[in-house]
Design a protein around this ligand. Structure first.
Ligand SMILES: CC(C)(COP(=O)(O)OP(=O)(O)OC[C@H]1O[C@@H](n2cnc3c(N)ncnc32)[C@H](O)[C@@H]1OP(=O)(O)O)[C@@H](O)C(=O)NCCC(=O)NCCS
Length: 162
């Protein structure tokens, strides 16, 4: 049986990440160059969900100095594997990564016509904080959400930061 895991992305993942990005987003896509940059960036966390050699999904978190809010810049799951809770697992991992980096809140923007993603965030405790008109390249508006992150329980073993 092939085990599923969420791990830090490496440079060998970027071609597959670009294919996933192209399938998942019609506009405002990350480029190969930006994936390469974020693999190495100290102010980003780019993690992939793997099953054997396959990449089933990924997320990208960005940090700003002196901000207690981490930003979920992107999250996507391979179209063949949607509706099985993989995005929820990636989101939970992103929340832990943000907390490990000392952030108290996780913020994000989502297209206002993206019902699956809006449902994902609202069901997992993200609070609507406002709308931004004309946010995406094609003129679509965004909904902005934020979630306060739990403190890690004292004495709980740290998860691998790989
Ligand atoms: C949004 C996305 C990441 C969800 O991935 P997923 O693995 O299918 O999501 P999950 O199976 O973990 O489901 C999470 C929640 O979303 C909801 N959801 C998933 N697909 C849905 C759909 N087609 N319609 C409505 N709700 C949907 C589910 O109801 C689920 O909530 P529940 O389990 O509490 O009922 C995926 O559709 C995707 O990659 N889309 C393209 C990229 C994208 O839009 N990313 C978000 C950018 S902000």
């Amino acid at each position: 049986m092939r085990t599923r895991s969420i791990r830090a992305a490496t440079l060998s993942d970027v071609d597959r990440l670009l294919a996933l990005e192209t399938d998942s987003f019609a506009s405002d896509r990350l480029t190969l160059r930006s994936f390469r940059h974020f693999v190495r960036s100290p102010t980003a966390v780019l993690r992939v969900m793997r099953e054997g050699a396959d990449i089933l999904g990924y997320y990208l978190l960005l940090f700003r100095a002196r901000s207690e809010v981490a930003r979920l810049y992107s999250i996507a799951v391979d179209g063949r594997h949607r509706g099985r809770g993989l995005a929820a697992a990636l989101l939970a991992d992103a929340e832990r990564a943000a907390r490990r980096a000392g952030r108290m809140r996780l913020g994000l923007e989502v297209r206002e016509d993206n019902a699956p993603a809006i449902r994902l965030y609202e069901r997992r405790g993200y609070v609507f904080t406002g709308r931004i008109a004309d946010y995406y390249a094609d003129g679509a508006g965004a909904r902005r959400y934020e979630k306060r992150l739990d403190r890690p329980a004292r004495g709980r073993p740290r998860e691998a930061d790989d």
